[in-house]
Design a protein around this ligand. Sequence first.
Ligand code: SF4
Ligand code: SF4
Length: 330
Amino acid sequence: MKRYDERDTMFARMTYKEGKRNYEDYYLNNPDKKAIDDKLRKSPGICSPTTPTYHPIDANFAISNFKFLSDIRPLVQGKVSQKRVSVNQKVIVKRLKEIAIDCGADLVGIAKTEPYHYYSHRGRPLEHYGEEVSDLLPYAIVFGVKMRKENIKQAPKLPEVVESSMTYVQTAIIGMQLSYFLRELGYDARNHMDGNYLVVLPLLARDAGLGEIGRSGLLITPKYGPAVRLGAVTTEIPLKADERMNVDLASFCDICGMCSIKCPTQAIPKGERTTIGGQLRWQIKQEKCYSFWGKIGTDCGLCIKNCPFGNGIDLMDLKKYTPKELMKKA
Ligand code: SF4
Ligand code: SF4
């Protein structure tokens, strides 16, 4: 499977500023993306006072969460203790999972990392732009924090971005606690958090057995559906990987399509999957999605709100019912 390049993601592209190295380099190599990105950069943006969802108190709470995340980003890596504690694999796997749950995770699993879990190159922040992602750590503890229904139900209004910013903070902190702990035990570990990822979280979470990726491009989990925020810590400590969930979500998404129907910008395709980068999947039109965020002032969330998983049906129901039978229950 081809590795993704973080430089191509909207999150990275929206940080490129005219006159800076990332802007000059990216649009020299991708001239077709310049006009749309320049236009998107001019839109008011998430939590902007000129957007229709703005609220002076809640918007500033979300902004403060993003500022906090920005401040703690340099802490994802750190010094590894020279006194390595030898551990029994079974014991440490159990303990790491317990600690993740104690720190606030609702889901946790272990993956053996593959090159395709890692970006090929970094897109952000500016000082790391263009760096090749190498020295890949071989295991990952992957976890999820559920997003509260009462806030997701209000998507695309401001409570949705309040929820997403809060869960970004929660996953970042869980990742910090796990990575500091592993380094204290004498094993290298790196947290992957908002604005400072080396990994593609939905792929890693899928392979850690937390769920499957749906038409919306989001990880669909048992119990919470797509309403989870993901985080991960990669590490050198040898761990036992969990197995991928054996459910046929793609056949369900083939007949459901609710996220695509409800998407206000047609960013989620309606048709069948196509082969992209060696995988059969649906390709989200990220520019269309992002254009709505910039106008509305939140990160939308309508595809999360309208997915039947977590809203009456459970991903594990696909083990009991055919996609058609389950669709009737949705
Ligand atoms: S977040 Fe909103 S605009 Fe983006 S894909 Fe989901 S429904 Fe569409
Ligand atoms: S809304 Fe339907 S099509 Fe979209 S991800 Fe959820 S189950 Fe799949």
